[in-house]
Design a protein around this ligand. Sequence first.
Ligand code: FAD
Length: 518
Amino acid sequence: PRPIETLLGALEGTGQTRKGIKAKDAVVHWFKMDLRTSDNRALWLASQKAKEAGVPLIGLYVISPEDFKAHLTAPVRIDFMIRTLHVLKQDLAALDIPLYVETVETRKDVPERIIEFLEEWGVSHLFANMEYEVDELRRDANLIKTCAEKGIDMQVVHDTCVVPPGLLTSGSGKQYSVYSPWRRAWVAKIHADPELLNLFDAPEKNPANARDKVAALFDCEIPDVPEGHQLSEKDAQRLHAIWPAGEHEARARLEKFCDEKIGQYHNARNFPAGVSTSNISVHLAAGTLSARTAVRYARDRNKTKKLDAGMEGIQTWISELAWRDFYKHVMVNWPYICMNKPFKPEYSNITWSYNMAHFDAWKTGHTGFPIVDAAMRQVQSMSWMHNRCRMIVASFLAKDLLLDWRMGERYFMENLIDGDFASNNGGWGFSASVGVDPQPYFRIFNPVLQSEKFDPKGEYIKKWVPELRECNEKEVHDPYGRGAAKKVEKMGYPKPIVVHKDSRDRALAVYKEGLGRD
Ligand code: FAD
């Protein structure tokens, strides 16, 4: 078996704790990117074990700034996570469960500190949900081994995907690398096994005597955002208002979206000017909401239990959530994508440009292409971007500018509040045509046509690019090409940094050449 299968095999928890390991003084749930009390599989299992053994349940979280660096985690995401930990601590305290949080120096200190903690508190059973990135799988497989040597039972279970990776294969037993047949299999699996949408209750309250045994842990303070990762005061103020943290907020967003928007989602989702999508990606990334809850909640609003019938808006939204599962399955099956390699090896030979002036113009929203600039400025302001715009700016970077798509992928991870390796890598691979089930390389978005189609009145553009506010509905998509040069030049709006038609021809030639090489 490939290393990934060995690792997954080592981790695949059954939820049944191993026989022969007697409960000692406590049970621990190790929180990772699952910062919620409700519908959290490992937390629920931990709670059941603690109840059965009559010992307290403890929540544990370990902060590793070195991991933030390795994963390019955006400061806004770290800040969101710390704010979420405060909410989680309160929610757990209401159940008489303490949350112990500690910052460690290096990545390798994480498992060491966990073991120390388990030994200090006489813990016999450790529970956690699985993370599928290669480093995380390795870390957890090693931790299971160490735990076993110390007589501690560690269970790592599937939770983050609605359908766990590994369950869906085509008729010939192969992993799917095309989304549509994979989605049909995903839907069929859930129909055949509706328990996949059963939600897990929040943990039970620690009984008073159990609570008293771990009383000292309630004094633990949540550490500040580690040095070097903090937001400026101004950014923090703005971003805290846009992105309130915690699972109650996640739930409220989900409910509001399902009450007000989901019915029209299939028609409205591609138009970035209004709020037509759920804005829950931040919560799915931090684990303040489970994908299972999101699918279940939407499904229960439908007239049918089928995921591929009934209201079109609901079906479409659930299909979008399925993309998230799809990209995680892809990462599990083709783990080399975690190592900076394109999914399609034949795309490794493209001669990318490393024009840093172009990259700066792209990052700061000064390319002279209004829809691209609006989207990039949305990220600078909100740390989030609409999906249609993510596709437009990614295509622009990889094809119009021929910049290495990994530069854009990295910039997104370093700046998005919802940065998620698998979805981000999948989105970049799709747009740059190097990924799994991508756009064909000869399909190159024309940014002006995209803009006219998806922001016809230029409302989105004008919101983020004030230099263009005086333009009419025609000019706003291409001011220099449509006679508004004087108007926007005096406002300081830049001229286009490339000619789309020429850069399109160049991209076609360079992709073709790269594909032709051995
Ligand atoms: P909604 O439209 O309400 O969709 C609901 C949920 O479905 C999303 O929250 C998300 O979890 C999932 N989803 C929707 N579209 C996709 C998709 N194409 N791929 C995977 N999941 C999807 N999403 C991230 O969560 N993190 C990323 O780092 C990320 N990077 C991306 C980079 C590129 C270049 C592209 C093209 C897409 C990327 N996406 C990423 C996917 C998508 O853009 C966001 O999930 C979506 O915009 C989030 O907004 P929402 O919650 O309002 O989505």
